[in-house]
Each structure stands twice: as C-alpha cells, then as structure tokens.
Write a protein that binds this ligand. Structure first.
Ligand SMILES: Nc1ncnc2c1ncn2[C@@H]1O[C@H](COP(=O)(O)OP(=O)(O)O)[C@@H](O)[C@H]1O
Ligand SMILES: [Mg+2]
Length: 292
C-alpha cells in the first residue's frame, strides 16, 4: 500500500521561493513594459491594459496558491491518518500475539497432554471431546496467526499491493501445506486507491483462509488480471466446494464481509462454487477509485 506522500521538503522550499519571488518579478516585468505599452496605446488604454493584466494575473496566482495549499493540506492529513492507522494495526497485532495467540497455543498443547493421560484414554467419549477442543484451539490459533500476518503486513508502506499478496501467499502456502500459486498479467502498477488495496488484501486473505479451513483442496491459486478499467482478483481451489446460494446455519461472516469490503470500494464479488467442484471467488475492483 503506497502512502500518498506529502510534498517533499525540497518541493516545498521551491514552492515557497516561487510564492515569494514570482509576484515581485511579475510586477518588475510589468513596470518595465509600461513605457512600451504607453508608447503603443493612448494613456487611458495603456493603464486599462496594464491594470487588467495585473488584476487577472494576481487572481490566477492567488487561486493557484490557494488550491495548492488545499491539496498539500489534504495530502498531509491523509498521510497522518494512514500513519496512525498503521501504528494502530501494529499495536493490535502485537496485542493479539501476546494475548490470544499465546493462550490458544498453550491451551492446545495442554489439551493434547491431557488427552494422552491414562485416565482420559480409558474414556473414549471424554477423549473425543478433548480432541475436538484441541482441534478448535489449533484452528483458532491459525486464524489469529493469519490475522496477525495480515495486520503486520500492512505496516510496510513502501511495498506494493503485489508484494503484499506475494508475501501472504508464501506464508499461506507454508502454514497450510496447500501448494498455492500467484499469477498476474498486470506488469504495471495495479492503479488501485489505497482504500481499495487494503480491502483487496483482506478479501484475498479471507478467501484463502476459507480454502484452508473448508476446502480440503489439493491446490489453490490467486490470479490477478486487468480488463475494462477493472482489476480482477480470483482466488480458486480444487476442493470440496459448497452451495454458495444457500448459507447454512453456523456459517461465519467471512463471505458477507468479503462482499461488503469489495462493494465499499465500488467493486463486485462473485462466488462460483458447487459441492465437489471447487470454489472460485472473483473480486472486481474499478481502478483509480478515490481513497475513502
Ligand atoms: N473455499 C471454500 N471451500 C469450501 N467451502 C467453503 C469455501 N469458502 C467458504 N465455504 C463454505 O462457506 C461457509 C461460510 O464461509 P464464511 O462466511 O467465510 O464463514 P466461516 O469461514 O467462518 O465458516 C463456510 O462455513 C464453508 O462451509
Ligand atoms: Mg471464513
């Protein structure tokens, strides 16, 4: 996610010098031209011409400075906001890591130890309950780890969206054990706003988390392509698939949130899936949507 960089110090210095000297130089040039204008036209017309030129130029210069200051101010405010958001994400990631992730990991280990005790092994019902609980803790721990990776990944403003997705796909492949590829036919910058980039990363992350949790897939892939003023992100797997039109009780909010995220930046989300036929999640996002 690239930050909208505020103007650099050198640019600001040049602008300040321009603001200081341009009016002086302009007035000097106008005064220098005055004898020529007076000699060419009668006095009244010459003064009218010089006055009008001065008035129009001063107005244009004032307006240019006014809008430049406005733009600079907006860029600074936006950069400050993004920095604050990134710091906050970093803090949340650290807190998640130090609290929830640790607790889940310890709980998982202790449940596994408990499961192995002779008194528990003798009671199949209790052993199965403990096994379920341990599996739940391990799954939740993985979810939290993935959320932490997502949050921490955002803390690299110099990295592009492709860098973020590549690094997430790498981590996903390692932690899930599902061979996963990232392919793209877009060579240039994807042209998405900062807001759209944040949402896209989250959508791809949730789609891949679903592959790990539900698909029992042999392989998965993320494809990025550009067409008709849109960038398309496809996450697909060759797993169990599901009936995307009939949510089941107990399903989470992942799919709904993915749709809301895509629509919040003017895009659309499509899910192609059927039992036994794998799943394809397609997020289409218009390029160049202004940051929210
Ligand atoms: N890639 C996938 N393969 C198989 N089933 C999936 C896939 N993605 C989603 N599902 C199904 O859709 C349901 C809803 O997913 P989601 O809204 O992300 O909630 P959650 O992941 O918390 O269950 C899942 O419980 C699962 O049954
Ligand atoms: Mg989910």
């Amino acid at each position: 996610m690239t930050l909208d960089a505020p103007p650099r110090a050198a640019t600001l210095r040049r602008l300040r010098l321009l603001g200081l000297f341009a009016p002086v130089v302009f007035v000097a040039v106008l005064l220098g031209l005055r004898p020529l204008v007076v000699a060419t036209f009668d006095l009244r017309t010459a003064h009218l011409l010089l006055g009008a030129t001065l008035f129009l130029s001063a107005s244009a210069f004032g307006w240019a400075m006014y809008s430049l200051l406005g733009r600079t101010h907006d860029a600074v405010v936006q950069a400050e906001r993004q920095t604050a958001a990134l710091l906050e994400r970093d803090r949340i990631a650290r807190e998640l890591h130090d609290s929830l992730a640790q607790v889940l990991s310890v709980a998982h280990l202790r449940l596994r130890t408990l499961e192995g005790r002779p008194c528990i092994r003798g009671d199949e019902r209790v052993r199965a309950e403990i096994d379920d609980l341990a599996t739940l803790c391990r799954e939740a721990h993985r979810d939290v780890r993935e959320a932490i990776v997502g949050l921490k990944d955002a803390h690299h403003p110099e990295r592009t969206l492709l860098d973020h997705l590549e690094s997430f796909v790498d981590v996903f492949e390692r932690t899930s054990g599902i061979p996963t590829t990232l392919t793209t036919d877009v060579e240039h910058d994807l042209g998405l706003s900062d807001a759209a980039q944040v949402q896209v990363v989250r959508v791809v992350q949730e789609a891949l988390t679903n592959v790990r949790k539900h698909a029992a897939a042999r392989r998965a892939g993320v494809r990025i392509s550009a067409r008709d003023g849109h960038t398309e992100f496809v996450v697909e797997d060759d797993g169990t698939g599901f009936d995307a039109h009939h949510p089941r009780p107990g399903d989470g909010f992942g799919l709904t949130t993915m749709r809301e995220r895509t629509e919040s930046v003017g895009g659309t989300l499509r899910i192609d899936s059927a039992p036994g036929r794998g799943t394809r999640v397609v997020a289409r996002v218009p390029v160049g949507v202004l940051s929210a």
